[in-house]
Design a protein around this ligand. Structure first.
Ligand code: DAH
Length: 341
């Protein structure tokens, strides 16, 4: 019978020990232990034809080889397993005892958050929330509010016109302010009432304190014996609650065609005066007693009823509240900015 080619088997043993991967190791194992063609299997079968002494000697020898190969294969397989466990431990291991990373909670954007507090504050003062569309007729946006045809706000430099045929009831604009909601509401309701409304407004404007789209909130109160003193009281309470108790602000006369008398409100702020058109004071609101022409245009008798209206710039109030120097930060969607509030 053939003696095992010891040199070849030594060689096999070396191959097992240095097998580069599991499939190579499997193939070597098959080469040795394969049920039909395995080298060791065939050698064992050969023992049958050997003489009794030879069988004992060769059998012992083969058993030693069998054990050597088996151990070598096992050891190499363990090497592969611990290598893959090692990478699992550093990269993918799941340690269920580790504390979870803190959960990131989202929150409302500054603007809707502010508008909610506006609704809340005015709700407590008895104001109801009204609304109107962002695409308005020229009539509601301008005519009914006593804004004359030659007023600069009607200029195409300032306003986004959607159509321009010359018929104010049909021509549409992106509303330039929230004031058309006054016109809508007064035509549909009998006084007394007090309402608050807010939303997006549009003007062809862009710098640190102007954006082509911005938000306003506005109030209208119509009743008997309503005076400028009532207006000031409501506005002062709102400004203090919406910005700070110690807010510095001033009322000064101003002109808006839909109020008489008209006033403007400025607030002290620390913005970048060079980047905006404003100085140390930022204009935040317009206000006044509703012009008799506006009441008449909307079907309310000015001899019987009077009221006040005021409109605030939402972004500007938030800029003052949080000392934000540039209004464009509100719309850039930068989480580093938004997550601070
Ligand atoms: N609509 C004005 C604007 O956008 C702001 C304003 C001024 C609103 C006076 C009012 C008001 O209600 O009475 O500039």
């Amino acid at each position: 019978m053939a003696t095992p080619a010891t040199a070849a088997w030594d060689d096999l043993l070396k191959k097992i020990k240095s097998a580069p991967d599991a499939p190579t190791l499997d193939a070597l194992e098959q080469e040795i232990f394969g049920r039909k063609q395995g080298l060791l299997t065939l050698a064992m079968k050969d023992l049958g034809s050997a003489t009794p002494e030879e069988r004992t000697k060769r059998g012992t020898e083969l058993n030693r080889w069998k054990q050597t190969f088996t151990e070598a294969v096992e050891r190499r397989r363990e090497d592969f397993q611990s290598a893959s466990l090692g990478s699992l431990a550093t990269e993918d291991a799941l340690d269920v005892t580790l504390p979870l990373p803190p959960k990131r909670h989202g929150h409302l954007h500054l603007i809707p958050e502010f508008i909610r507090s506006v609704e809340d504050i005015f709700g407590r003062m008895g104001f109801e929330v009204a609304s109107g569309p962002e695409i308005e007729t020229e009539e509601n946006n301008f005519n009914l509010l006593n804004i004359p045809a030659d007023h600069p706000a009607r200029d195409s430099q300032d306003t986004f016109w959607l159509t321009r045929t010359g018929n104010p009831k049909k021509d549409m604009v992106l509303r330039t302010h929230t004031s058309p909601v006054q016109a809508r509401y007064m035509q549909a309701h009998k006084p007394p009432f007090r309402i608050i409304y807010h939303g997006k407004t549009y003007r062809k404007d862009a710098d640190a304190t102007h954006s082509p789209m911005f938000h306003q909130f506005e109030a209208l109160m119509v009743g008997k014996d309503i005076s400028l003193a009532n207006m000031k009281a409501v506005m002062t309470a709102a400004i203090r609650e919406l910005t700070s108790k110690d807010a510095t602000f001033r009322f000064r006369t101003g002109f808006f065609p839909f109020v008489e008398p008209g006033l403007e409100v400025d607030m002290r702020w620390q913005g970048d005066a060079a980047a905006s058109r404003e100085g140390d004071w930022l204009e935040i609101a317009g206000c006044g007693m509703v012009h008799p022409n506006v009441l008449t245009n909307c079907g309310i008798n000015p001899k019987e009823w009077q009221g006040f209206a005021f409109g605030f710039g939402v972004e500007r109030m938030i800029m003052i509240k949080h000392q934000i120097p540039d209004l464009r930060a509100f719309y850039q969607g930068d989480l580093k900015f938004l997550a601070q509030f």
